[in-house]
Design a protein around this ligand. Structure first.
Ligand code: ATP
Ligand code: MG
Length: 352
């Protein structure tokens, strides 16, 4: 459903590490579409660990205000996550997903077929719940008889499971295979994962659905065996819907199958806002070297545009990316090439 718009205001949050290096590529790809999409305006916004070190907050109020009041959508780079607890710091991306109610993280993973228009061997979408599970970050530390004891609370609600389930079914309807696999671990976590599984399964028979999802087939799988089968027979999967943490792990695993984390895009979607974000993190091991693969960020821009109804623009960006991968001449080191981030960007832009 394309809404006719005069302009599109895009919040740009590069944040940390390679996020700063790949987001300009996403911007360049959108700009290369020229007048085939509405006039775009990019608004630079702050967030991240560096922002925290400079200003004392990882997610300034202003960033959230501008996103809510001025932007139509946004692109996010990546945040550094210190592995030890840093007092006063918590991940701005987790907070942002919550504050903007971006309850679904949609992560398509597909291989590029050697021949254009041929079926790729991996073509799936991970639909990850984005607001709860262990990410509510309620952790405690106490001292008991056996020394330090730590606990984390895991929240699964019917409400969140239902809306992520609906999102998964909706996405399945748009895909040729129309198949949903529910990922859970209800043999161990029968209450929390049991609720997730039952609720998602129940989506098609909710009042008001009127057989909308009759054409969608549903399977379910324990998360451990899902990872195993993902590596053995990835073609069996179409839409994988999962609670927050399993969704994160599964999509990194799927990324390995298509060659690099640097290829896998995502969008964080709510009912009224979308934010594109590459699946990878800030990659401190390669940051600052101009060798990060910009294709995940560029594909994230395309996904964001598609969510908005600019499917043609999205497709032009995506096929330019696919062509660059297929040609194999301009690839960053993660894909075995020697090209720089900026070189890959300019090759994509040229093809758009
Ligand atoms: P973070 O805590 O920010 O997630 P990380 O150390 O987990 O950082 P990731 O960004 O998740 O790093 O990356 C994991 C591995 O994949 C790293 O070795 C990184 O170099 C590589 N990688 C991730 N993204 C890219 C990219 N865009 N291009 C090339 N390599 C990448
Ligand atoms: Mg990581």
């Amino acid at each position: 459903a394309t809404v006719a718009r005069k302009s599109l205001k895009i919040g740009m949050i590069p944040a940390d590490g390679i996020g700063r290096e790949v987001l300009p590529g996403a911007k360049a790809a959108i700009q290369a579409l020229g007048s085939s999409i509405p006039t775009t305006e990019f608004i630079d916004l702050q967030a991240g660990f560096e922002c925290f070190q400079k200003t004392g907050t990882a997610l300034p109020d202003e960033t959230v205000e501008v996103l809510k009041n001025e932007c139509d959508c946004a692109l996010f780079g990546a945040v550094s996550s210190p592995s030890r607890k840093v007092f006063g710091y918590s991940s701005p991306i987790v907070a942002l997903r919550k504050k903007m109610d971006l309850y679904a993280n949609i992560r398509p993973v597909s291989s590029v077929a050697p021949i254009p228009n041929e079926q790729p061997t991996i073509d799936l979408v991970v639909v990850r719940e984005n607001t709860e599970c262990l990410y509510i970050k309620e952790e405690t530390q106490t001292v008991g008889e056996r020394g330090i004891e730590t606990r984390a609370t895991r929240l699964i609600t019917e409400y969140a499971s239902r809306r992520i389930g609906e999102m998964a079914f909706k996405i399945a309807l748009t895909r040729p295979r129309k198949h949903v696999t529910i990922i859970h671990k209800s043999n161990v976590l029968s209450v929390t994962d049991g609720l997730f599984r039952e609720t998602v399964r129940g989506v098609p028979t909710l009042p008001g659905m009127n057989g909308k999802y009759d054409g969608v087939t549903v399977a379910e799988q324990l998360v451990d065996s899902a990872v195993y089968r993902l590596f053995r027979e990835p073609h069996i999967y179409d839409v994988m819907v999962a609670p927050n943490l399993y969704g994160d792990i599964i999509s990194d695993a799927a990324a390995a199958l298509v060659g690099s984390l640097g290829l896998v895009p995502s969008v964080n979607a709510g009912d009224s806002f979308v934010m594109g974000e590459p699946v990878h993190g800030s990659a401190p091991d390669i940051a600052g070297k101009d060798i990060a693969n910009p294709l995940a960020a560029i594909r994230s821009a395309a996904l964001m545009l598609r969510q908005f109804g600019y499917g043609n623009g999205a497709a032009r960006i995506e096929s330019a990316v696919d062509d660059v991968i297929r040609e194999g001449r301009y690839l960053t080191p993660d894909l075995g090439g020697k090209s720089s981030t900026s070189e890959v960007v300019s090759q994509v832009v040229k093809r758009i």
